[in-house]
Write a protein that binds this ligand. Structure first.
Ligand SMILES: C[S@@+](CC[C@H](N)C(=O)[O-])C[C@H]1O[C@@H](n2cnc3c(N)ncnc32)[C@H](O)[C@@H]1O
Length: 305
């Protein structure tokens, strides 16, 4: 079998499976070929049509986008190579009983009694796997009297790891208002960081080509209605439209985005609509099931890294 024919067959296998596959699995379709030959075809003839998502794992690129679920710790980015991921989105697991007091709010049991706090290693890892100029988006609660120091420390940690402050855009939750604590609340903050000089995503109308920065000028706020809490799949669920706006700002079609703490999996739905490839981490089994149902493909295989 010539190199080109083998490459074509490999592409057919990957397209049929429509999910990331590791080299061993791909090679099992071609018993007479060593894994090194398969790797060679993926590196050469298929480098445009198969995207490498982590060490030894590839996915076929289609314009339809793709979403994969990993049941596990999204802080552990060790399966990913240096400079291999186009963008990262992280919706910080948060439990803030003090500033939300006065309501019987049901927080996710996974972090209800734990204090999830980033440390410098988290940002070092995010910076390691991001491609130069790639964006990190951190979704964080609006600043208040309890969290302001940590929110500041977090930006400093990011900077120390080479993730520079790019911009902050509040997400306004439409007409949803939570009246607890000192101030009525209806925003969270979307922080954009960039690894070094921002990549060129924005069309330069005057000179042609593209210039450094997000694909469009970020707005003063993202205003997308949140669902009523009873209709949410996850109490911290973000609207799909918000994720679409974020993905369009920081990635191009066909690019790979990791969501470290996925909850409902809505980022995956946005990726499918916008032709991006999303790798969704979620630590809780029951949430992983919700994500798979939400994506409409309950049989979607878990991506084993
Ligand atoms: C703020 S919620 C995410 C909500 C999500 N952005 C959405 O739109 O539905 C955080 C999620 O992260 C999960 N989580 C907490 N720690 C985690 C970890 N170390 N790795 C992966 N997921 C984690 C929680 O179970 C929770 O579902």
């Amino acid at each position: 079998m010539s190199k080109v024919i083998l490459a074509k067959r490999i592409a057919e296998v990957m397209e049929r499976n429509a999910r990331p596959m590791n080299i061993k699995e791909i090679a099992s379709y071609f018993p007479s070929k060593p894994e090194s030959t398969i790797r060679g075809r993926l590196y050469r003839e298929l480098k445009e049509s198969c995207q490498r998502v982590s060490r030894g794992v590839y996915t076929f690129l289609s314009n339809d986008g793709a979403a994969f679920v990993v049941e596990g710790d999204g802080r552990d980015l060790s399966p990913f190579d240096d400079h291999s991921i186009d963008a990262i989105v992280a919706d910080h697991p948060w439990y803030d009983p003090v500033s939300n007091s006065g309501r019987n709010r049901h927080f996710d049991s996974s972090y209800e009694n734990t204090s999830f706090r980033y440390n410098t290693d988290d940002f070092r890892e995010k910076a390691r796997v991001l491609k130069p100029g790639g964006f990190l988006v951190e979704i964080l609660p609006a600043e208040n009297e309890n969290n302001y120091k940590y929110l500041y420390e977090l930006k400093i940690m990011a900077e120390q790891c080479g993730l520079l402050y790019y911009s902050k855009v509040p997400w306004k939750k439409g007409n949803y208002i939570l009246n607890t604590g000192r101030k009525s609340k209806n925003t969270e903050d979307i922080l954009f960081f960039v690894k070094g000089k921002a990549r060129s995503l924005r069309i330069d109308k005057q000179r042609g080509g593209k210039m450094s920065g997000t694909a469009y000028m970020l707005p003063t706020e993202f205003d997308f209605q949140t669902k009523p809490s009873k209709k949410r799949i996850h109490q911290a669920e973000k609207p799909i439209e918000l994720y679409e706006a974020i993905l369009e700002a920081i990635t191009e079609p066909g690019e790979v985005v990791i969501e470290q703490f996925s909850g409902s999996g809505n980022l995956g739905r946005a990726a499918l609509r916008k032709g991006r490839i999303a790798i969704l981490f979620e630590i809780l089994k029951e949430n992983v099931k919700k994500i798979r149902d939400n994506l409409g493909v309950p049989e979607l295989p878990l991506l084993l890294l």
